[in-house]
Design a protein around this ligand. Structure first.
Ligand code: FES
Ligand code: FES
Length: 904
C-alpha cells in the first residue's frame, strides 16, 4: 500500500492483521509508543489526515492513501510545534513515555477544547506527572528556569533530554530497528494457580513456520534465585527458577518460544500441550498459615511452610502501656493489591555481539544487579556480559526485578540470534509484580490528653507465590510508620506469607505505604475517641528532633535526622486547609463534607547496602562528561546529577553531558530504588565533582605558577589570580603532560536521613451514590534542599496522583481461581487528567546534613500520606470508618450507616 508519513511517501505492505502502530514502528517511527494493547492509554496517538487517532486501534491497511503524522513530523525539521514548545517550557513529563501521544492529542486543541481538558484528554494517560505540569503546558505556564553558571542547584533547570522527548527522538528500551536475524520471544503462562507440570508436548508448536526454539523447565539451568534486585541478595529468598516444573500462580511462566515473528511465537505457545497435575491452591495468607494448608515451596526453599519470613519486636512493655491508657482503639485495616502501570512495559533485547559478549538492552531500575544475576544463572563471567538501559519509561519499583532479561539472554545464547521480548499490558498485571496486599491490625492506647501509651501492630503481607521483596517490604511496614510516633511501649508482629497469587514486589512507598495507611487511620480514630483534633494528636505524639528514631527494635540503626521538618509540614497543611482554597461542597443535603490529614515519615534510602559511583571527565572543548550508574526512569536524576556537578564546578548544567546505567560505560550502582537517585548517586556525583575541582585547581596552580588559593573555576574557565584560562586551553595543556582530568568516586549510604510528608484533603461524599469529590488537596513535604524545585513538585504531584488512584479505585480483582479479572487499563483504572485534583504543594525549609548539598530523598514518602488522609476525610464526612482500600462508591454506598445517610 502507499501512504505518506510525515510528508514522505511510504510504499510497504503491512502484515496480515497488523495495526498501524506496529507498522509505523516497524518503519522506524519510534515516537509512536506502545503503552497498552487496546486503545486505552493514548501513547500511540498519531494524526490521520490531521485527526488524532490511537494507532493501535487502526488496522494498518486503513492508512492506505492517507497522510499520517507522527510526533517526529509534527513540526518542520529544526523547529518545534507550539505544543512541543509548551511541553518543553512547562516540562510536562517525567519519564516522557506518554509525552509524544499527549502532544499529538493536545496539538489539535482549539480554545474551546482547552476549556474542557478533562474530557478532551481522557484518552491519554500519564502515570508520572499527576497531570499538573501537563495542565501548565496547556495554559502556557513556563516552569523551566534559566540555567545560571554556579547556581544550578535550587533552580528549575530543564531536563537534559527534554528536547529529544518532545520531538519524539528520545529512544526507550525497544525503540530500536530490528537487528539482523532478530527473534521474538513469547510465553505460555499457567492457567492454574497451583499445579505440577507432568509433560509438555512441543511437536505441533515446533511445526509452526518461523519457530526457532522452545524452552521449558527442562531446557534452563536448574538454579534457584530471586527476581528482586538488592545489593545484598540474601535479603530475598532464592525460591524461583527461570522455568519451573511447578506453577504457583495463574500467569506464571510455563514455556518460552523464540520465533521469527511475534505471531509465530504466539501461535506456537497456543499449540504447546501441557499436562498438569493440579495441586490445591491457597489464596488467603491467614489460611495459608494454618496447619494443613497447601504448601507452596519445598522445605529446602522455605523452611517454615508458607511463612516466608516473620518479624517480631517490642520496645518497652505494651501490656503495661495499655493498662496505663485511658482510651484504647483497635481495628483491622487492609490495602489492595495494586499494579505499578509504568507506561513502558517490561522489555529486553539481548544479543551476542561481534566481540563475543552478551549484550542486554533492558528496561531496568538495576542493570548492574541484573547483570550479576545473569552471570549466576547462565554461568557467565562478569567480563562477558554488558547490561544497559536507554531511556526507561517509568518504573516505580516494578523494574527493581529481573523478569525479562533472563529468558531473552538465554534464548539469544542458545539460538545465536538477537532476541526481543516485550511484555503485553495484560502480562504486566498477570505476570509481573504488584504492591503487596497487607492487612494490618492496629491497637493504640493513650492518655486523656492524647499522649500515646502503647502501639501494637500486626501485619500480614500476602507475598504471593514468590518472596521477592517480601521480607524487606514487611520490615519497612514495621519501620518508619511506627517510628514516626514517640511512645514508650511499641510492639509489632509481621508475617510475609506465600499464597498462590501473582507475586508482590517493590512499589513506591515499599511496604510503609500499607502500614502508614493503617496507623494514620487508627490515629484519627483514636483522636475521635478522645475528642482531640487530628492535627493536635499528631503534634502531641510525633517523634521529636532530639528523639532516637526507633520503631520496635532496640538495635541502633543508621537512621538519623539530617534535618527535621515535620512541624513545618503540619503547620503548612493546617494553614492551607484553613485558608480553604479549592472547591466548595456542592449544594444540597446529599453531600457530606469532611477533612482529613495524615503524616508519613520515610528513610532516605534502604536499610540494605546501597552503593553508587560517578565519573567526571573534562572534555577537550572545556565541557564535562558525567557517567553515573543509576537509572533515570522519570525520577529526574539525570537533571539533578548535572545540577549537582555544575554547582560544584561553578558552571551551567548544560555544560555537562551525562550517560547513565550502563555496565560498560558507567561506574557501578546498586540501582535506582528506595529513593536513592539523589541521595546516593547524587552524593557520588558531588564527591566526584569536588575531587575533579581539586584536580583542576591543583594542575592550574602548578602549571600556571599561581597560588592555589588564587585559583577558582568560573563558567568555562579557571581563574588564576588575574588570568582567565579557558578550560579548553587547560585541557590542551594537560594533554601535553599526559594529564587526563578524569575522576571517579564512590558513595555509600550510611547514615540515612528521614523525609516527612503531610497530606491534607477536604472531600465531599455523596451519601446516596457513594461518590467522593475532592474539594481541596494540600501536601507539604520535608525533602531538605530542593535541587530542582520544578522536578521536586513533579515528583510530589505524581505521588499524590498515584495515592489518589490507590485510595479511590485501583485494585487488582481476582476470580476464585486466583486469576486477575481486570488485566487491562480500561478495567484497572489509573487516574486520568479528570481524576486528579490540582494539589497545593508546600515544602519545609530545611537543609539536610546527610544528603548531597542539603537534599533528601523525594520520590516515595509523599505517596504514603495520601490514602490515609483521604480515608480520614471520608470518615470525617460520613462518621463511618472505611478501613479497606479502595474507597469505591459501591463500597461506600453499601456501608454507609443510617447515621450517615440520614435514614432512621
Ligand atoms: S498503545 Fe494505543 S492506546 Fe495504548
Ligand atoms: S511522563 Fe507520562 S507516563 Fe511518564
Amino acid at each position: 500500500m502507499n501512504l505518506t508519513v510525515n510528508g514522505k511517501r511510504l510504499s510497504a505492505e503491512p502484515a496480515p492483521g497488523q495495526c498501524l502502530r506496529t507498522f509505523l514502528r516497524d518503519h522506524g517511527w519510534f515516537g509512536v509508543k506502545k503503552g497498552c494493547d487496546q486503545g486505552d492509554c493514548g501513547a500511540c496517538t498519531i494524526w490521520l489526515d490531521g485527526v488524532p487517532f490511537h494507532s493501535c486501534l487502526l488496522p494498518a491497511f486503513r492508512a492506505a492513501g492517507r497522510a499520517v503524522t507522527t510526533i517526529e513530523g509534527l513540526a518542520p525539521e529544526g523547529t518545534l510545534h507550539p505544543m512541543q514548545k509548551a511541553f518543553l517550557d512547562a516540562q510536562a513529563f517525567q519519564c516522557g513515555f506518554c509525552a509524544a501521544g499527549m502532544i499529538m492529542t493536545a496539538a489539535t486543541f482549539d480554545a474551546e477544547a482547552r476549556r474542557d481538558m478533562p474530557r478532551m484528554l481522557k484518552g491519554n494517560l500519564c502515570r508520572c506527572t499527576g497531570y499538573h505540569s501537563i495542565d501548565d503546558a496547556l495554559h502556557g505556564v513556563v516552569n523551566v528556569e534559566e540555567d545560571v553558571s554556579g547556581e544550578a542547584c535550587g533552580r528549575s533547570v530543564r531536563n537534559p533530554f527534554a528536547e529529544a522527548i518532545v520531538r519524539g527522538n528520545a529512544h526507550y528500551t525497544l525503540d530500536v530497528p530490528p537487528m539482523d536475524g532478530m527473534l521474538h520471544l513469547k510465553l505460555l503462562r499457567s492457567p492454574h494457580p497451583h499445579a505440577r507440570i507432568k509433560s509438555i508436548k512441543r511437536d505441533k508448536a515446533q511445526a509452526v513456520p518461523g519457530v526457532v526454539a522452545i524452552f521449558t523447565w527442562e531446557d534452563v539451568p536448574r538454579r534457584l534465585y530471586s527476581t528482586a534486585t538488592h545489593e545484598d541478595h540474601l535479603v530475598d529468598p532464592d525460591d524461583t527458577y527461570m522455568l519451573d516444573n511447578v506453577v504457583r500462580f495463574v500467569g506464571q511462566r510455563v514455556a518460552a518460544v523464540a520465533a521469527e515473528t511475534e505471531g509465530a511465537a504466539e501461535a506456537a505457545c497456543r499449540l504447546l500441550e501441557v499436562e498438569y497435575e493440579l495441586l490445591p491452591p491457597v489464596f488467603d495468607p491467614e489460611v495459608a498459615m494454618e496447619p494443613g494448608a497447601p504448601i507452596l515451596h519445598d522445605k529446602s526453599v522455605a523452611f517454615r511452610d508458607n511463612v516466608y519470613v516473620d518479624i517480631h519486636g517490642e520496645l518497652g512493655n505494651v501490656e503495661q502501656g495499655f493498662k496505663e491508657a485511658d482510651a484504647i482503639h483497635e481495628m483491622t485495616y487492609a490495602t489492595s493489591r495494586a499494579q505499578h502501570v509504568h507506561l513502558e512495559t517490561h522489555g529486553t533485547l539481548a544479543w551476542r555481539g561481534d566481540d563475543g559478549r552478551l549484550h542486554v538492552r533492558t528496561s531496568s531500575q538495576a542493570p548492574f544487579i541484573a547483570k550479576q544475576k545473569l552471570c549466576y544463572l547462565l554461568g557467565l563471567y562478569d567480563r562477558d556480559v554488558h547490561v544497559f538501559t536507554e531511556r526507561v519509561g517509568g518504573g516505580f519499583g516494578g523494574k527493581q526485578e529481573m523478569i525479562s532479561e533472563d529468558l531473552c539472554a538465554l534464548a539469544a545464547l542458545k539460538t545465536g540470534r538477537p532476541v526481543m521480548w516485550e511484555f503485553t499490558r495484560a502480562e504486566q498485571f498477570t505476570s509481573a509484580t504488584t504492591r503487596h496486599q497487607m492487612t494490618t491490625h492496629v491497637k493504640l492506647g493513650a492518655k486523656k490528653d492524647g499522649t500515646l501509651t502503647a502501639i501494637q501492630v500486626r501485619v500480614v503481607s500476602n507475598t504471593g507465590a514468590y518472596g521477592n521483596h517480601g521480607g524487606e517490604t514487611l520490615a519497612a511496614s514495621l519501620g518508619s510508620p511506627i517510628a514516626a510516633y514517640r511512645c514508650p511501649n511499641k510492639k509489632a508482629d509481621g508475617y510475609a506469607v506465600y499464597t498462590n497469587m501473582v507475586p508482590g514486589g517493590g512499589f513506591r512507598g515499599y511496604g510503609a505505604s500499607q502500614s502508614t495507611f493503617a496507623i494514620e487511620c487508627a490515629i484519627d480514630d483514636l483522636a475521635k475517641l478522645l475528642g482531640i483534633d487530628p492535627f493536635e494528636i499528631r503534634r502531641i505524639n510525633k517523634v521529636r528532633e532530639t528523639d532516637r528514631i526507633e520503631s520496635i527494635w532496640k538495635d541502633p540503626s543508621d537512621v538519623e535526622f539530617g534535618s527535621y521538618g515535620i512541624d513545618q509540614c503540619l503547620d503548612l497543611v493546617e494553614a492551607a486547609l484553613k485558608r480553604g482554597r479549592g472547591l466548595s461542597k456542592p449544594e444540597g443535603d446529599d453531600w457530606l463534607e469532611g477533612t482529613g490529614v495524615a503524616l508519613a515519615m520515610l528513610e532516605s534510602g534502604p536499610p540494605t547496602e546501597h552503593r553508587s559511583g560517578a565519573e567526571i571527565k573534562l572534555l577537550p572543548d572545556g565541557s564535562y562528561h558525567l557517567a553515573v550508574g543509576s537509572t533515570e526512569m522519570g525520577n529526574g536524576s539525570t537533571t539533578s546529577h548535572c545540577q549537582i556537578a555544575a554547582s560544584v564546578l561553578n558552571t551551567r548544567a548544560d555544560r555537562i553531558t551525562i550517560i547513565n546505567a550502563d555496565t560498560d560505560k558507567t561506574p557501578y550502582d546498586t540501582g535506582t530504588f528506595a529513593s536513592t537517585g539523589t541521595v546516593v548517586a547524587g552524593q557520588a556525583v558531588e564527591k566526584t565533582a569536588l575531587a575533579l575541582r581539586d584536580v583542576l585547581i591543583d594542575f592550574a596552580s602548578r602549571h600556571f605558577d599561581c597560588k592555589r588559593d588564587d585559583c577558582r573555576l568560573q563558567d568555562d574557565a579557571i581563574i588564576c589570580a588575574n588570568r582567565k584560562i579557558p578550560l579548553a586551553e587547560l585541557h590542551a595543556e594537560g594533554a601535553k603532560v599526559g594529564d587526563r582530568f578524569v575522576v571517579r568516586r564512590k558513595a555509600y549510604l550510611s547514615p540515612r536521613s528521614v523525609g516527612f510528608s503531610v497530606h491534607g484533603v477536604r472531600v465531599a461524599v455523596h451519601r446516596v451514590t457513594g461518590e467522593i469529590m475532592t474539594l481541596q488537596s494540600v501536601h507539604a513535604a520535608d525533602i531538605g534542599r530542593l535541587i530542582n524545585p520544578m522536578q521536586c513538585r513533579g515528583q510530589i504531584d505524581g505521588a499524590i496522583a498515584m495515592g489518589f488512584g490507590w485510595a479511590l479505585y485501583e485494585k487488582m480483582v481476582f476470580d476464585g481461581n486466583g486469576a486477575v479479572v481486570n488485566p487491562a487499563l480500561r478495567d484497572y483504572r489509573i487516574p486520568a487528567f479528570a481524576d486528579v485534583p490540582r494539589s497545593e504543594i508546600y515544602f519545609a525549609d530545611t537543609y539536610d546534613k546527610v544528603g548531597p548539598l542539603g537534599a533528601k530523598a523525594q520520590g516515595e514518602c509523599a505517596i504514603n500520606a495520601v490514602a490515609p488522609a483521604i480515608a480520614n476525610a471520608v470518615a470525617n464526612a460520613t462518621g463511618v470508618r472505611f478501613p479497606d482500600l479502595p474507597l469505591t462508591p459501591d463500597r461506600i454506598f453499601d456501608r454507609l450507616t443510617p447515621a450517615a445517610t440520614g435514614d432512621s
